[in-house]
Design a protein around this ligand. Structure first.
Ligand code: ARG
Length: 276
């Protein structure tokens, strides 16, 4: 009887621990522990995103899709990880990584010096630049023309930083939104004269919503080229694995295939490699 009780209680312990594991899950899994779900050695990592940034990440029903998702899956597969991708929003993404509740973030995140103080980045996987989204009849022809205009941006992005550089930090004419779709809505509702955000995002929006009669203004003299990276908590062991995997998929045609499928053109792979 005693024996049975002992067996039972140790069984219960295991079940309880397992339950804890999958609930708090993130920590363990975030650091890449085995899933324990079967014979394979694959580890599941929790990756967070702000899925309101088409074509990079957006929701189709409750499914997160987009270029970043395809890229992440390909890189993770190459690196030998399973991914659990979760839409948490832009600001929370940074909090999740800082507290190491998530193992990685992918969200068209620009690799910049300030973020590098707090986080690690994979090698670059996408070249981007800020552009200006305006109504078709707008007199805004360059970044300089934004002075004196109301500009909507997603809060905490390089778009906000670029506009602050032009208008001044905390300028009253800069309207900041939690996600980029809200910034675009503000433009459509005539609460702003322009939106500044990543080129592929504003271009996709203008193209897919012809009824809104919007156009995109570029100014590569004013706006800097930017590179996206997968973001990790500082010191993460995943960085080395993902860098290796990214190098591999850049070389073996997988990246090019994913890129072409989404954008219909060929990527400048050499540029990405040189940016390291
Ligand atoms: N590339 C810009 C940045 O890193 C904007 C990214 C916004 N991404 C998003 N999923 N909302 O600041």
């Amino acid at each position: 009887m005693k024996k049975l009780a002992a067996i039972l209680s140790s069984f219960m312990m295991v079940t309880m621990l397992a339950a804890c594991g999958s609930e708090a899950g993130t920590e363990e899994k975030a650091n890449g522990s085995a899933t324990g779900s079967g014979g394979d050695e694959k580890k599941t990592i929790r990756v967070v995103t702000d899925a309101a940034y088409a074509p990079f990440e957006y929701l189709e029903g409750d499914k997160i899709v987009g270029f970043d998702v395809n890229f992440l899956n390909a890189a993770a597969k190459e690196a030998g990880y399973d991914v659990k991708l979760e839409h948490v929003g832009w600001d929370p993404l940074f909090v999740e990584l800082k507290s190491k509740r998530a193992a990685a973030g992918i969200s068209a995140i620009t690799i910049d010096e300030e973020r590098k103080q707090t986080y690690d980045f994979s090698s670059p996987y996408f070249l981007s630049i800020n552009k200006i989204l305006v109504p078709e009849g707008s007199d805004i022809k360059s970044a300089d023309d934004l002075k004196g205009k109301v500009v909507a941006v997603q809060s905490g992005t390089t778009g906000q930083a670029a506009v602050e550089k032009l208008l001044g930090k905390n300028h009253k004419d800069i309207k900041k939104f939690e996600n980029n779709n809200l910034a675009i809505m503000e433009l459509i509702n005539k609460g702003a004269d322009a939106v500044v955000a990543d080129n592929a995002v504003v271009e996709e929006y203008a193209k897919n919503n012809p009824k809104q009669k919007l156009k995109v203004v570029e100014d590569s003299d004013t706006f800097d080229a930017e590179f996206y990276g997968i973001m990790f908590p500082k010191g993460s062991e995943l960085k080395a694995d993902f860098d290796k995997a990214i190098a591999e998929i850049l070389d073996n045609g997988t990246y090019e295939k994913i890129y072409k499928e989404r954008f219909g053109t060929s990527p400048d792979i050499e540029k990405l490699k040189q940016a390291k």
